[in-house]
Design a protein around this ligand. Structure first.
Ligand SMILES: Cc1cc2nc3c(=O)[nH]c(=O)nc-3n(C[C@H](O)[C@H](O)[C@H](O)COP(=O)(O)OP(=O)(O)OC[C@H]3O[C@@H](n4cnc5c(N)ncnc54)[C@H](O)[C@@H]3O)c2cc1C
Length: 636
């Protein structure tokens, strides 16, 4: 992993050097906004080589590296299959998701069997007692789990996507790996504790703190963490805490550090087990730390690098959720297809009525797209352990969790009243206990945790603006000396004079996929990538430094980019799967997906210029100022 210092916010060491210039003007922000931005910017890794996903926003539709679609090698697949077969057998025979939902507990024998299979150390290297499987195989396991039991998925995913294994694999010292990886791979549960009562999406408000003890060998940790998944059963937790500020370039800088904390150490308490609408067997809790002595050797990466640990862990960790959503969506498709064939109303199976058929078509197309995007991102991790997948993972998380929510919602609609009825009640009446109600409850959280959809859009927007910020923002930054701004202006003018005309080129190179229909869609995607780049550039000219406040506008750019990414992934994957007797059907499915994606994209472009954003914002502020309290009358 290339850990580079972010040049965006840190004050320049040499005020006249363009390379070290801060490109974001924070001088007009509120103190809270500035603190949040400076902290996350400092933790943000500078982008390396431009990836396919990043290029989409700059008018580059460069398929090199993803075309042909990177399929799993036979060897890797074989290794994954050996584990997945055992996992599937265990899920079918020993894991009763409705009983787990009803009791709110995952039976200990199930956890023990999962541990025996190696399910808690899927990606942990073999030398540390894990299975050493690839990211793709890990995602395939998440798909299987997601199709069956949300609670078991969360247990395994919180443990190894965000809990101790992932940050330890990425950043652990040899000693830390040797000490902890075998334990967590064997099944000692782990967790990740960032959230606090005042720290949701904004870590700048963190109150948990750790001070070096006078003897220097320990930190003394104090504070309270909220909603820590696996926290009530974990043996070991990654805890984010504020450590004493450091003076950097003459300015005091806030520091957040990641610690590996063992829960049996004195001073660690579980205050409450939290309960939720769904995922009722989540071992999620409020944890309190009172004067906990954490050895210095349990610092992850380095003092002050906690947010970088958290953000980088989440970069890959975020792929688990869309993978689980793939499994869930496929299960929903199976349920919907079966019911739409069997249920007859108004003289025909409901699947023959256009309103239901439309839902089924979207469900199948979106499930394929979600799977293609996730496999594409996972394959990049497998090809290069240091690959920067933050953008791909965020696109998969945002697009996948939102699409899966629509799919579950549509499944409930297709199942009608039976969708809303609990599995136990269906069973008691002698009907098949199809748990759509549970799926809906369990999956609602997916667009909230591990980066809410709103935060994902901001995160992706930050990445899509990055190349422009580096080039153009110093020109507008009133914190910089005029000489530096002038030099930046000349540099920016030179870049944009060459770059902008290229964004008007009508055609690009052929991608050479077999199906003319898919080739057409890819050409549309290439053209639209340039149109998107132009629109982003025009928005920068129009809004200048205030563009970062235009969340709805930026959100539209992000959504267009996400759909372009999905189109590319589906077309190329369909091409890679071609050669069988089902080619025509595959093309039909992907063609339908691309048509719907194009309609969404065109709608988003239209709403860039024509929308009610300003009026909506004004109304919301009036509501917040209680000018419309009359609307809230006559309620209980
Ligand atoms: C079941 C469950 C399990 C969890 N597991 C863990 C865990 O294991 N470890 C852990 O550390 N945390 C965990 N969390 C916390 C979870 O990650 C947070 O709920 C999430 O980060 C959102 O924080 P919040 O709920 O405080 O919402 P807030 O940050 O208060 O946000 C409220 C709303 O405002 C939006 N919003 C916030 N800021 C902005 C902005 N700048 N612009 C636009 N919109 C904005 C959000 O998207 C959201 O819609 C868990 C939460 C739940 C419910």
């Amino acid at each position: 992993m290339t850990v580079l210092k972010s040049p965006l916010i840190e004050p320049p060491e040499k005020p006249d050097s363009d390379e070290s210039a801060p490109v974001m003007d924070t001088s007009k922000m509120s103190a809270g906004q500035r603190a949040a931005l400076e902290l996350t910017e400092a933790a943000r890794e500078a982008a390396g080589e431009r990836t396919f996903a990043a290029g989409l926003f700059m008018g580059e539709f460069n398929l090199a590296g993803i075309h042909p679609f990177p399929t799993q090698s036979a060897d890797d697949r074989e290794r994954g299959n050996a584990f997945l077969e055992k996992l599937e057998k265990l899920l079918r025979e020993k894991v009763d998701p409705d009983e787990i939902d009803r009791t709110g507990e995952i039976p200990q024998p199930v956890i023990d069997e999962l541990a025996r299979l190696g399910a808690f150390g899927i990606k942990v290297p073999v030398e540390y007692g894990g299975l050493g499987l690839s990211q793709t195989n890990y995602c395939r396991a998440a798909m299987l789990l997601g199709s069956w039991c949300g609670n078991t998925t969360a247990l395994i995913s919180a443990h190894q996507s965000i809990g101790v294994p992932q940050p330890l694999i990425l950043f652990g010292t040899k000693a830390q790996k040797k000490k902890y990886l075998p334990r967590v791979a064997r099944g000692e549960l782990s967790a990740f504790a960032l959230t606090e009562v005042d720290v949701g999406s904004d870590p700048a408000a963190m109150a948990t703190h750790a001070e070096p003890a006078p003897d220097g060998d320990f930190f003394i940790l104090n504070g309270e963490k909220l909603w820590c998944t696996n926290g009530t059963r974990a043996g070991v937790i990654v805890v984010m805490a504020r450590t004493p500020p450091k003076i950097i370039n003459g300015k005091s800088k806030e520091q957040i550090t990641a610690f590996i904390v063992e829960t049996n150490w004195p001073g660690v308490e579980i205050i409450q087990r939290c309960r939720f609408m769904g995922l009722r067997a989540l071992y999620n809790g409020v944890l309190r730390f009172t004067n906990v002595r954490v050895p210095r050797e349990n610092v992850l990466l380095a003092e002050g690098k906690g947010l970088r640990v958290a953000l980088t862990t989440l970069d890959t960790g975020r792929l688990t959720l869309p993978a689980a959503c793939v499994g869930l969506s496929k299960r929903c498709l199976e349920i919907s297809r079966d019911w739409a064939n069997r249920r007859e109303q108004w003289g025909a199976p409901i699947g023959k009525h256009a309103a239901i058929a439309d839902k089924i078509a979207r469900m199948s197309a979106d499930s394929f797209a979600m799977e293609s995007m996730t496999l594409l991102a996972a394959s990049r991790v497998d090809r290069d352990k240091n690959a920067d997948v933050r953008l791909e993972a965020a696109l998969c998380k945002l697009w996948g969790t939102e699409a899966a929510w629509n799919i579950v919602n549509d499944t409930m609609q297709i199942r009608g009243g039976r969708g809303y009825e609990t599995a136990a009640s269906l069973k008691a009446r002698g009907e098949a206990p199809i748990p759509v109600e549970r799926f809906l409850r369990d999956s609602r959280i997916n667009t909230i945790f591990e980066g809410s959809s709103e935060i994902m859009r901001l995160f992706i927007a930050r990445e899509l603006l990055d190349p422009h910020l580096k080039i153009a923002a110093p020109v507008l930054n009133s914190q910089l000396p005029w000489s530096q701004r002038l030099r930046a202006a000349v540099k920016a003018a030179r870049f944009y004079l060459a770059w902008y005309p290229k964004q008007w080129l009508p055609v690009g190179p052929k991608s050479k996929v077999q199906s003319p229909k898919l080739e057409q869609h890819l050409r549309y995607a290439a053209r639209t990538s340039r149109r998107l780049a132009r629109a982003i550039f025009h928005a920068m000219l129009r809004h200048g430094p205030t563009l970062e406040r235009e969340q709805l506008l930026l959100g539209r750019f992000v959504d267009i980019g996400a759909d372009l990414f999905a189109m590319a992934a589906t077309c190329l994957r369909a091409q890679s799967l071609s050669g069988g007797s089902r080619d025509e059907e595959m093309v039909h499915l992907v063609d339908f997906f691309c048509r719907t994606a194009r309609l969404r994209i065109e709608d988003k472009f239209q709403r860039i210029g024509k929308n009610a954003d300003r009026a909506g914002y004004k109304l919301a502020q009036e509501v917040l100022a209680e000018n419309h309290r009359a609307m809230e009358r006559q309620i209980v």
